[in-house]
Design a binder for this molecule. Structure first.
Ligand SMILES: C[S@@+](CC[C@H](N)C(=O)[O-])C[C@H]1O[C@@H](n2cnc3c(N)ncnc32)[C@H](O)[C@@H]1O
Length: 269
């Protein structure tokens, strides 16, 4: 049954507010469903539309599903990546890791990423530094399928492989980069419903300490330089498991939180 745009917006925006969901998400989805801009919808509130194509999208968002999964896309480092619930949604904080890798990777070097997800790190790095040979691994074959789709979209030459940490990968690299699952398992239950109930558990946590994958990357000792994204307050834990590596730099995110750790095997900057 037809309903005016104003009535539909107000009904769903109220429902969103009642669930602590940003009501602007409703406008984004309504624009997607109608093919109209948000400003057009706002200016034409008196027009009647058939809400049927929109109801299913809104219901998903009201159940807590992240907007990016519903829309099938997320922005990262100036590019659009396809995402669904097989992969973590790329976070703006992770752009610091890519910036650091772009600045630190030696010319013509070999780079290994551990934990591909959507492929956003490896593809962004390779597209901005085409001189690099980039290999990216994930234990999740489902995630690798999403990454391959994004690589095709962005004409990227990253080589993807299935591997549990570095187990299936041979040889030395100039740089290992990773945004690993770093949340201690017990903390996952405290996360927002969008994250806890919708993003892949294996992308969030690897065990009780939160540093399990980090430990495996450092134990493998495959590169003189390792760049890691870490969680709030995790720098001390990383120092404790660093073994033959030394922390030579830390990059803060825009909120001033220590976010990227640069580790050198020989203590070099
Ligand atoms: C935090 S997500 C990062 C995804 C993506 N690189 C990004 O920054 O958006 C961590 C990724 O590591 C993968 N992963 C978890 N444990 C792993 C392991 N033991 N070996 C390889 N990859 C692993 C997960 O499947 C997930 O895709």
């Amino acid at each position: 049954m037809a309903e005016t745009i104003a009535s539909l917006r107000s009904r769903y925006r109220d429902a969103a507010r009642a669930k602590d969901i940003d009501p602007r998400d409703i406008d984004v989805l309504l624009a997607d469903a109608t093919g109209r801009s948000q400003s057009w919808l706002f200016a034409h509130g008196e027009e009647a539309i058939d809400p049927s194509s929109f109801d299913a999208l809104a219901a998903r968002r009201l159940r807590g599903e992240p907007l990016q999964y519903i829309r099938g896309r997320a922005e990262f480092f100036g590019r659009e990546f396809y995402v669904d619930d097989r992969v973590l949604i790329p976070r703006p904080d992770t752009e610091h890791l890519v910036e650091t890798a772009i600045a630190r990777a030696p010319g013509g070097g070999r780079v290994l990423e551990v934990g591909t997800g959507s492929g956003c790190i490896a593809i962004s790095l390779e597209r901005d530094r085409p001189d690099l040979e980039v290999v990216s691994v994930d234990v999740s074959v489902a995630a690798l399928a999403v990454a391959a789709r994004n690589a095709r979209r962005h004409k990227s030459h990253v080589r993807f492989a299935a591997s549990d940490a570095l187990d299936a990968i041979r040889g030395e690299f100039d740089l290992v980069v990773s945004n690993p699952p770093y949340i201690p398992a017990a903390e996952v239950e405290t996360l927002a419903v969008e994250v806890r109930d919708h993003e892949p558990r294996g992308a969030l946590t690897a065990g009780p300490r939160g540093t399990e994958v980090i430990e495996r990357i450092l134990e493998a000792r495959r590169a003189p330089l390792v760049l890691l994204e870490i969680g709030f307050g995790q720098l001390g834990d990383v120092r404790r498991v660093a073994r033959g590596y030394e922390v030579v730099d830390v990059v803060n995110d825009l909120a001033g939180i220590e976010r990227v750790v640069v580790l050198s095997r020989h203590g070099r900057k």
